[in-house]
Design a protein around this ligand. Structure first.
Ligand code: BGC
Length: 251
């Protein structure tokens, strides 16, 4: 019998969901994607999450995990760097659960990606400290120590030269400032050297859309910590959310 859970990833442009077999981390059906409503307030997005769920005939006892690009503390979203400001201090887990008519578990998007890489991807079986970073619109991070997630690390917001790191080194900044790979690599070097100095991790995993071009930048970073591309690509949020909800359900 498959151990099934459902993952939903709330992104800036789309809300995507699929059922996931927890034993393998594979989706058991094609994912459904609905454009993110604008403005992307918690209540509008919650309805879209419900619509994604309603596209599947899901038994009521299946655990549902939902990612959001914000700090999630005890079900309350506490930040909104790249989403609608109404998420700040919103009881978002309750808002989404109420809209869906079933309990859902909310977590940070990068934390979900980190869990997915730990259980099914690039950090499988890695002891010690793994730092997963996602380079996208912003920079997300997950800290995983011996397989256990330390949530809400927000390492995209550490300040380097007086600026939040994600305002210098997110993938979106490379595009917005039309940076050459060389110029972008310099910024990544500063970022990852700083993380290495602060945390002495055992492995860095780099995710986000840009990780499919990892050969353009990862080999040029000078670090003592191994640094590898993420393996789950755009499924990481869905898979990690499903995995987390399943774990929480089991206690
Ligand atoms: C947010 C994080 C999020 C990351 C990636 C950052 O701006 O503060 O919570 O994980 O973007 O979406």
């Amino acid at each position: 019998m498959t151990d099934l859970a459902f993952g939903i990833d709330i992104g800036g442009s789309g809300v995507k969901g699929a059922p996931v077999d927890i034993a393998t981390g594979e989706s058991t059906a094609a994912r459904v994607r609905i454009p993110t409503p604008q403005p992307a307030t918690p209540s509008a997005v919650a309805k879209t999450v419900r619509d994604v769920l309603d596209s599947f005939d899901l038994p009521s006892d299946v655990a549902v995990g939902v990612t959001v690009p914000a700090v999630v503390h005890n079900g309350v979203t506490r930040s909104a760097a790249n989403i609608d400001k109404k998420w700040i201090n919103a009881p978002a887990q309750d808002i989404v659960s109420d809209a869906c008519g079933r309990p859902i578990t909310l977590l940070n998007d990068a934390d979900a990606a980190g869990l997915a890489e730990t259980y099914y991807g690039a950090a499988q079986g890695q002891p010690g400290l793994v730092i997963v970073t996602t380079l996208g619109t912003g920079i997300g991070s997950a800290l995983i120590y011996n397989g256990i997630l330390v949530p809400n690390s927000e390492l995209g917001h550490i300040e380097i030269d007086g600026m939040a790191a994600e305002k210098r080194a997110a993938a979106s900044i490379r595009t917005a400032e039309d940076l050459s790979w060389n110029a972008y690599i310099k910024r990544l070097q500063t970022y990852y050297s700083t993380l290495e100095f602060l945390f002495s991790p055992d492995l860095f995993v780099v995710g986000g859309g840009i990780s499919k071009s990892s050969e353009k930048f990862l080999p040029f970073l000078d670090l003592r910590t191994p640094i590898v591309p993420a393996q789950l690509r755009n499924q990481a949020g869905i898979v990690g959310a499903a995995m987390y909800a399943h774990q929480q359900r089991k206690g």
